[in-house]
Write a protein that binds this ligand. Structure first.
Ligand code: AKG
Ligand code: FE2
Length: 352
């Protein structure tokens, strides 16, 4: 079942049998990309309302960079930038430097139309930082532990839908990896199979959230430290092995100055925060509720509609995201996923 499927053009719908993504030759998934040149990316709600946004985004002034091959353009009002016309396997350091900077400036980077093996994806991901295995061991690729498989193993042997896999990332707006002492700088996904409808990923800017805070609250948050665990107060740990469920909080400032952009963002995750240091239970609950209310600012949103061959990387230091969790469960929605840490932050921690 697995050998032939891996060589089919993707135009033939692949449904139900998802293990070819795990067991293809050396992880290779061969695809051609008839649908990669798909519809224009969806605009954010506000961008659509903002008369002329799409014309604005296409205006030469807003084509951030462009060579005969590579094109970088804005896809959201504040966050989201899309690159086309490159092959990440052969991209020069100079081109990479341009897209890296565009990512730092716009939080979310979409690269269209890539045909990758797992090693290709890992090599490209390591240009952004240190790739680390995710704590959910059961969803790691068996041969490549640095790769997490999204959407694989959705049904058990009785055909029962595993909600934790199907709705992974859809329970609420969050940032990945706040439970680690060196939290994830970035998460990167590569799309192998996309359902006919639904399955988008939603993003929002942590800078916009910080800027939206009333001055008094900004002052109150100055120096406030949050304790975070995987699963947070609700111990949402269904994807962890039983032996991996004992977490002690790690501590991060709630107002985070981004090492590379120098900008302040609200570093917060209602699903991972356990408490703020030095506050009573009542103060904790109130502040969690209050900050949750500021996280999503409409002008800071971007909604990604996936096409097979898309690579999307988001900056966990300054953005939130969630999966829409709304696609037909009998259809495949499969991604390879990596968690990436910052070289400097990891180095500093090792030196301490
Ligand atoms: O599947 C998605 O759209 C995103 C899931 C998620 O939250 C993650 O991979 O960190
Ligand atoms: Fe996530």
């Amino acid at each position: 079942m697995t050998e032939s499927v891996g060589n089919r053009p993707y135009a033939i719908p692949l449904r139900v049998c998802t293990d070819q993504y795990v067991n293809g030759e050396g992880g290779r998934y061969q695809a051609n990309f008839p649908e990669v040149v798909g519809p224009a990316p969806t605009m954010t709600r506000l961008a659509r309302q903002f008369d002329g946004f799409s014309r604005l985004a296409q205006h030469p002034r807003n084509q951030l960079e462009g060579t005969a091959m590579m094109n970088i353009r804005l896809v959201g009002e504040q966050i989201g930038v899309e690159v086309s016309g490159i092959d990440v396997k052969t991209m020069s350091d100079a081109d990479f430097a341009k897209i890296y900077q565009a990512w730092i400036d716009h939080n979310i980077l979409v690269v269209k139309g890539q045909d990758l093996t797992i090693p290709d994806f890992l090599v490209y991901s390591r240009r952004f930082g240190i790739v680390n295995p995710h704590p959910s061991k059961s969803t790691r690729h068996p041969d490549y532990p640095d790769i997490t498989m999204l959407g694989v193993g959705k049904f058990d042997s009785k055909g029962q839908l595993n909600e934790a896999i199907y709705r992974r990332g859809a329970e609420g707006w969050h940032t990945d990896g706040a439970y680690d002492e060196v939290p994830f700088k970035a998460t990167q996904l590569y799309a192998l199979a996309i359902p006919d409808t639904g399955g988008d990923t939603l993003f929002a800017s942590g800078y916009a959230a910080y800027e939206a805070l009333p001055q008094k609250l900004k002052e109150r948050l100055d120096g406030v430290i949050g304790g975070f665990t995987y699963g947070g107060r609700r111990k949402n740990q269904a994807l962890l092995n039983p032996e991996d469920r004992d977490w002690q909080p790690v501590f991060h400032p709630i107002v985070r100055t981004h090492r590379e952009s120098g900008r302040k963002s609200l570093y917060f995750d209602p699903g991972k925060i356990v408490y703020f240091q030095g506050m009573s239970d009542a103060e904790n609950e109130d502040l969690i509720k209050e900050l949750t209310g500021y996280m999503i600012q409409p002008a800071g949103e971007y909604r990604h509609k996936w096409a097979v061959g898309d690579i999307v990387i988001w900056d966990n230091r300054c953005s939130y995201h969630k999966a829409a969790g709304d696609y037909p469960p009998d259809q495949d929605r499969i991604h390879w996923r990596v968690s990436i840490k910052d070289w400097e932050e990891a180095g500093k921690m090792a030196a301490e």
